[in-house]
Design a protein around this ligand. Structure first.
Ligand code: B12
Length: 261
């Protein structure tokens, strides 16, 4: 039986043995991979709530993570079929952080949108990110941080890129619940993304502004110089920095505050 509600339920009930078949059945039934990915993510959201309510503990989170990652791996080929590269993104979860589900969802959607994704995994050292940027001539670095204590690693990545003379060459986009636009900028990143679809939107705008292969986005991303002028005219507003948990569909906000490069 191919059923999205069932897939969500399998994640919530931690039925790791049944996930693979359910996702394959859904693909066989021609349910779009994007919808299946959403069902998996919705299941994970419920698991997070159960953890917060102390109904689930760490072992359950680990199992739920395995369910998600099993499903994402099966969906990947269906999400990227027939697309050409729009730009290269080095993506990872920051050093000290083992949460990779949000990063994997972002990597999967970005791949599906046509970006060339170099996925370094989780708990990644800044020097490895710098090396991957050099090796792949990357346009962007995408970072995920779910832990409050690891968001500082974004700053370390920005510093390492600067020391390597690469900071002006790449944009840094990031995501994760502890982050918002204001904090992301303070840490030296260019954009915070509340969710993976916003990551696609932002990356597309960045490439359009670079004059890259990306098709024009609905709203053109502004080059850094223009953003700095805007910042002088209108200093960063607290409310612009939305917490990641907030349901959103608003366009990504360009950096409005002081940019640290
Ligand atoms: C699953 C989980 C785990 C699993 C992770 C498994 C895995 N393979 O990832 C395990 C069990 C390993 C784990 C461990 C820990 N966890 Co944990 N974990 C969670 C949980 C329940 C869900 C996270 C998740 O995957 N959500 C689903 C994904 C899809 O959402 P997401 O990651 O937020 O990503 C979305 C957006 O943020 C965004 N996004 C994220 N990254 C990026 C990157 C880019 C580039 C873009 C564009 C977008 C983007 O897009 C995604 C959706 O579209 C959260 C609670 C929660 N409700 O979030 C706690 C949570 C994150 N964990 C927490 C904690 C404290 C821990 C531990 C310290 C627990 C412990 N005592 O050991 C350890 C830390 C281990 C470590 N060093 O990293 C806290 C963090 C608190 C904080 N602010 O610091 C949370 C919030 C739980 C809580 N309420 O206390 N955890």
């Amino acid at each position: 039986m191919a059923d999205l509600a069932k897939i969500k339920e399998l994640v919530v009930k931690l039925e790791i043995d049944d996930i693979e078949k359910a996702v394959k059945d859904a693909l066989d039934a021609k349910i779009p991979a994007e919808e299946i990915l959403k069902a998996l993510s919705d299941g994970m959201t419920d698991v997070g709530k159960l953890y917060e309510q102390k109904e689930y503990y760490l072992p359950e989170l680990v199992l739920a993570g395995e369910c998600m990652n099993t499903g994402i791996a099966l969906l990947k080929p269906f999400l990227k079929a027939g697309r050409s590269s729009k730009g290269t993104i080095v993506i990872s979860t920051v050093k000290g952080d083992l949460h990779d589900i949000g990063k994997n969802v972002a990597a999967t959607l970005l791949t599906s949108a046509g970006f060339n994704i170099i996925d370094l995994g989780k708990d990644v050292e800044p020097k490895d990110i710098v090396a991957a940027v050099k090796k792949n001539n990357a346009d962007m670095v995408a970072l995920s941080s779910l832990l409050t204590m690891t968001v500082v690693e974004i700053e370390n990545v920005a510093k390492a890129l600067k020391e390597a003379g690469l900071r002006d060459k790449v944009k840094i986009i990031c995501g994760g619940a502890p982050l918002n636009q204001e904090l992301a900028e303070k840490l030296g990143a260019d954009y915070n993304c509340d969710d993976a679809p916003q990551g696609v939107e932002v990356a597309t705008k960045i490439m359009a502004a670079k004059g890259g292969a990306a098709p024009a986005a609905k709203k053109e991303a502004k080059p850094a110089a223009a953003k700095k002028e805007e910042a002088k005219a209108a200093p960063a507003k607290k409310e612009e920095a939305k917490p990641a948990a907030e349901p959103k569909k608003a366009a990504a906000k360009p950096a409005a505050g002081k940019k640290k490069k």
